[in-house]
Write a protein that binds this ligand. Sequence first.
Ligand SMILES: Cc1cc2nc3c(=O)[nH]c(=O)nc-3n(C[C@H](O)[C@H](O)[C@H](O)COP(=O)(O)OP(=O)(O)OC[C@H]3O[C@@H](n4cnc5c(N)ncnc54)[C@H](O)[C@@H]3O)c2cc1C
Length: 296
Amino acid sequence: MFLSKSKFLNDFAKKRGGHFAAGKIISGTDFESSIPILRELNHQGLSTTVDYLGEFVDSKEVANVRTDECIKTIKMIHQERLDSHMSVKMTSLGLDIDRQLVIDNMTRILDTAEKYGIMVTIDMEDSPRCQATIDLFKQFKEKYDCVSTVLQAYLYRTEQDLQALSAYKPFLRLVKGAYKEPAEVAYPEKKDVDDHYKKLIEQSFHYGLYTAVATHDDNIIEYTKELAATLNIPHDQFEFQMLYGMRSQTQLELVEQGYKMRIYVPYGHDWYGYFMRRLAERPANIAFAFKGFIKK
Ligand SMILES: Cc1cc2nc3c(=O)[nH]c(=O)nc-3n(C[C@H](O)[C@H](O)[C@H](O)COP(=O)(O)OP(=O)(O)OC[C@H]3O[C@@H](n4cnc5c(N)ncnc54)[C@H](O)[C@@H]3O)c2cc1C
């Protein structure tokens, strides 16, 4: 988790990115090479959300170029008739540089997304950026229907955030949370995170929000199925989400059982931070990819 924020290792990894493109958790280094993968997922009944990898951008020029790439991607999702949303991180559009920069960049993205009817989800990053991300979401949601966001079960604050966001009727992705957070702000124990996650799913159903339960955890998935059945929540009011390359068989089984399933598909050269968080979460699952990277 600590290494996932190393700029030196990130730059080094970018140079080796081409070799890594074959990795099973990233679809390609550019959007064009990801299209066949997205098409195949759609063909299997899986919806997608694409993520142009990159975060914690510290230059205005890079943030603007990244915005252009997101706009191009949204246009291509439309042109290629893919069943896909797009996910973006506010730090990749300039959140750490200047608030107005991120507003201008995201406005350009949402103008395009609205024109083509593509949903854009604002990923949630680490806790120091949580309030700013929520504030930006609220501001954009006043103007655009096609914007959604994410809340993290490991943060103590999330029940209040969910309550506050419920008035905006968002398409809401719930996750456990992927960053290393101190005990002052986040539950240190997995059991408490899981319990809180279940509570949030129930709360989200209660508010009538379209709820995306983004997890690979069978325990949470089973809980969601049972809760939805008990509360008579129709299958078009919620969905499951998983990361590309993780539990592929389970993804298909959920579709066969009649649930909506969306796959988060990352692409781009800037794969290092994403990769390291996945490695920290479940080393065994992506050890094969890491081995391949070291060998080349
Ligand atoms: C679609 C999607 C979007 C996300 N967006 C964000 C975001 O915006 N912000 C953010 O902070 N985090 C995000 N995350 C990451 C998330 O917060 C977690 O870090 C990540 O999903 C790991 O937690 P988990 O719920 O999958 O279960 P874990 O707690 O990692 O695992 C629980 C159990 O699930 C099973 N399991 C997990 N993975 C596998 C596997 N690959 N194969 C077999 N069994 C497995 C195991 O039994 C494991 O013990 C996202 C995750 C997904 C799926």
